[in-house]
Design a protein around this ligand. Structure first.
Ligand SMILES: CC(C)(COP(=O)(O)OP(=O)(O)OC[C@H]1O[C@@H](n2cnc3c(N)ncnc32)[C@H](O)[C@@H]1OP(=O)(O)O)[C@@H](O)C(=O)NCCC(=O)NCCS
Length: 347
């Protein structure tokens, strides 16, 4: 316990308040460069560093942004006393690894504290695959490993000769959350399966809100370089080329590549332009309305088989209620997308 507290304390030293770390200065004379009393801090840094206005990875961070007083030409420099070095290892394994079964039994007890619908898995089923993240540190000169987080994936069969891995659980232990481990782990898993030609695409079981946020970010980051997601193509709408390239290159399924398309299209859409913003809104809303259309078709076809209360509920959902629901969902979807784009901009 004391070790964990020490580790937490140590990691906290590497988290910086960016409102304090940024030092602005108006330089009149060369001596001003060395004069600490003339610098000042910004009030806001969330537009560059995100809502938390913090950055992880540096101790005693100082971001110097100096302006010459007349022409306002800038000098930019970053100082810190120490920096977190890459010291994390990703390991892929299955249940045949000696001692892993017992280790996993202990590891999965954390799920009940941090996942609302946690369930323990049958590890004797050899279709489960495990991806672990460890922190590597030295004790008396010897390497030691500390558990950071993990992900379980089940390899489902996909007709006729492919596999479709489904992410089961993912957990980054709280002292390590918010440091990018989740994103790196998911990207590693995506890359791992991409190397295997028998993998069709990757899905996830009952994804939580946080997981969807993480996945949106990772998949958008992977797809932004793809030819099919070039700005001029994004403006023309979601295409078969996008589905194909995202699946072929990164094993991303159609549903997820559609979300990636909407996120990346938002980035190249001028939302203050009425034509562009209305085209974007219609496109997203058309996708959001698909379940309503399906429901209506189904209701007509199966009306005699459906329970009365379900039919009554459907009838109640008037057109205006449907529109109101679509508008609310659209607004919250765009808000989520903007959040992803802010994180992408910080990469
Ligand atoms: C969901 C989960 C796996 C994410 O793992 P994580 O390691 O915290 O993920 P990341 O660090 O990559 O990203 C998390 C946040 O930290 C931020 N972050 C990452 N690195 C950062 C840094 N260096 N400085 C500041 N913020 C940083 C990210 O921007 C992200 O912010 P957002 O949530 O506002 O978008 C983890 O929170 C978890 O285990 N939760 C509980 C279990 C759960 O819900 N599992 C998923 C369903 S099974």
């Amino acid at each position: 316990m004391a070790d964990i507290l020490n580790l937490e304390k140590k990691l906290a030293e590497y988290k910086c308040d960016t409102n304090k770390a940024i030092r602005l200065k108006l330089v009149r004379f060369a001596e001003d460069l060395e004069d600490e009393t003339t610098s000042f801090s910004p009030l806001y840094s969330h537009q560059v560093f995100g809502d938390e206005e913090s950055v992880f990875g540096y101790k005693d961070l100082e971001i110097q942004l100096y302006y010459s007083t007349c022409s306002l030409t800038t000098f930019f420099n970053i100082k810190y006393s120490s920096k977190v070095i890459e010291k994390y290892d990703n390991v892929e394994t299955d249940i045949s690894c000696p001692g892993f079964k017992e280790y996993h039994e202990r590891l999965q007890t954390f799920l009940i504290w941090f996942i609302e619908t946690a369930s323990f898995i049958d590890v004797d089923d050899d279709k489960w695959q495990f991806f672990l993240v460890f922190e590597k540190y030295l004790e008396d000169g010897s390497p030691r490993y500390a558990t950071v987080g993990y992900m379980t994936v089940y390899n489902f069969y996909a007709y006729p000769d492919k596999m479709r891995p489904r992410i089961g659980q993912m957990l980054v232990l709280p002292p390590f959350q918010g440091e990018g481990h989740g994103a790196r782990l998911l990207e590693t898993v995506q890359r791992f399966y991409t190397a295997d030609p028998s993998i069709l695409d990757i899905t996830a079981e009952e994804p939580s809100e946080d997981f969807v946020k993480l996945r949106d970010f990772v998949l958008a980051k992977l797809c932004e370089e793809l030819h099919a997601f070039a700005p001029e193509k994004l403006k023309k709408g979601f295409s078969a080329e996008m589905i194909d390239e995202a699946r072929r290159t990164w094993r991303i399924n159609k549903h997820h590549s559609r979300r990636v398309y909407e996120i990346l299209r938002l980035r190249v859409t001028n939302m203050s332009d009425p034509v562009q913003s209305s085209e974007y809104r219609l496109d997203v809303k058309r996708r959001l309305a698909v379940p309503f259309k399906k429901n209506k078709k189904e209701a007509t076809r199966l009306s005699r088989l459906m329970p009365e209360d379900w039919l009554a509920q459907q009838a109640e959902m008037s057109v205006s209620q449907e529109q109101e629901y679509l508008e609310e969902t659209y607004q919250s979807t765009v808000e989520q997308y903007r959040h992803i784009l802010e994180r992408l901009a910080r990469v």
